[in-house]
Design a protein around this ligand. Structure first.
Ligand SMILES: *Cc1c(COP(=O)(O)O)cnc(C)c1O
Length: 388
């Protein structure tokens, strides 16, 4: 065996020792809240398909039609021949939803952030990121070569401190944050951040992967306080509540025009499959026509937090921090025995010492299943800990 395999085996052994090795598990998702794993049917509380649109017959019909008419692949980069007319339709729908001039769709949310940030920010510029920002915001920041600092989670004083100290030395400044934090479910104070950004001539970018479709009648985290917060860069994904695949950014015309001609993950990567765009448009139709349905995931999450006396849910995501990876894995395995799939989230996805169960709620979860899950968590996971 050569040094490559030696290196891999050594790293795997280290991860195994820390309960940090991850494995792919075959999981077949069905319509509704059920998944199949290891030959068992489980109720999933860890899918991001918040509105269960990935299996909605209207979404499937639109995707199938696009598949038949346009093929399985877009065939090239969008800058070459892969720019199907359906992408223009999707982009204008998203721009309308987010109340911006225009929108640009990428292959995925991760690709969007790897393309957007390095296009806008260069060495000599400054990027300030919430410390709990999603991995791809941080990866995009690294790629840009800009000077970067992280501010404490949702800590506006710390953000202002960093701006006061570092803004003047930089040419341009970008502030990045999740709109809804993916592992904590809380919201960024987007309206206040927009004010602060303006005062310091900084640009605010929110990653609304978990907000679009489910907050503020589907418009997302920039709209939760009623009026639209002044966020010049609203990015997100079509792969969660929208039930499809692809990433987007909604912004002003000049910014979108610049990204179209400069973002490397747009230029050097194949356009997303046209059927994914068709599915996303059908999903947006449903979300816009049925705001009460779009509100269900947060309502279901609050049924759960009320039952457990947890702080009210602001999004469909509810974390239960248990601390160390081993305890968290055990709790997850216990719930799985009881028929519930709830993933254990461990470092480095979350900070050391904050391994957790992450529950996500979807429109089609049944109230009696949520109540039974809350009961199990209270009596079998939380109570024994309190008694220790
Ligand atoms: C899931 C997620 C992404 C990545 O989006 P994909 O389309 O799945 O690549 C980006 N940001 C946040 C906050 C996410 O939760």
């Amino acid at each position: 065996m050569g040094s490559l395999d030696d290196m891999a085996l050594q790293k795997l052994a280290e991860l195994e020792a820390g309960n940090l090795r991850r494995r792919l598990k075959e999981t077949d998702r069905n319509a509704g809240a059920y998944v199949e794993r290891d030959g068992r049917s489980l109720i999933s509380f860890c899918c991001n398909d918040y509105l269960n649109l990935a299996h909605d017959p209207r979404v499937l019909e639109a995707a199938k039609k696009a598949l038949d008419e346009r093929g399985a692949s877009s065939g090239a980069s969008r800058l070459v021949t892969g720019n199907h007319s359906i992408f223009t339709e999707l982009e204008s729908r998203l721009a309308e939803l987010k109340k911006t001039d225009d929108c640009l769709v990428f292959g995925s949310g991760y690709l969007a952030n790897l393309g957007i940030i390095p296009t806008l920010m260069k060495p000599g510029d400054l990027v300030l990121a919430d410390e709990l920002s999603h991995s791809c915001l941080l990866a995009g920041t690294d790629l840009s070569g800009a000077t970067a600092f992280r501010f404490r989670h949702n800590d506006l004083e710390h953000l202002i401190d960093l701006l006061t100290t570092h803004r003047a030395a930089a040419k341009n400044c970008l502030i990045v944050t999740d709109g809804v934090f993916s592992m904590d479910g809380d919201l960024a104070p987007v309206a206040e951040m927009a004010e602060i950004a303006k005062e310091h001539d900084a640009w605010l970018m929110t990653d609304d992967a978990h907000g679009i479709g489910v907050l503020a009648e589907g418009r997302g985290s920039s709209f939760v306080s009623g009026a639209k917060a002044d966020v010049p860069l609203q990015m997100g994904t079509l792969s969660k509540a929208i039930g499809s695949y692809g990433g987007y950014v909604c912004a002003s015309q000049p910014v979108i025009d610049l990204l179209r001609t400069r973002a490397r993950t747009l230029i050097y990567s194949t356009g997303l499959p046209p059927a994914s765009a068709a599915a996303a448009i059908a999903a947006l139709d449903i979300i816009e026509a049925e705001p009460a349905y779009a509100a269900l995931p947060v309502e279901k999450a609050n049924r759960f937090t009320r039952a457990l006396n947890l702080p009210a849910a602001e999004s469909p995501i509810v974390p239960l921090v248990l601390g160390d990876p081993e305890t968290t894995l055990k709790a997850s395995a216990f719930l799985e025995e009881q028929g519930f799939l709830v993933t254990a989230i461990r470092p480095p996805t979350v900070p050391q010492g904050t391994a957790r169960l992450r529950f996500t709620f979807t429109a089609l979860h049944r109230d009696e299943d949520i109540d039974r899950l809350a009961d199990l968590v209270r009596t079998q996971i939380l109570k024994p800990r309190a008694a220790e």
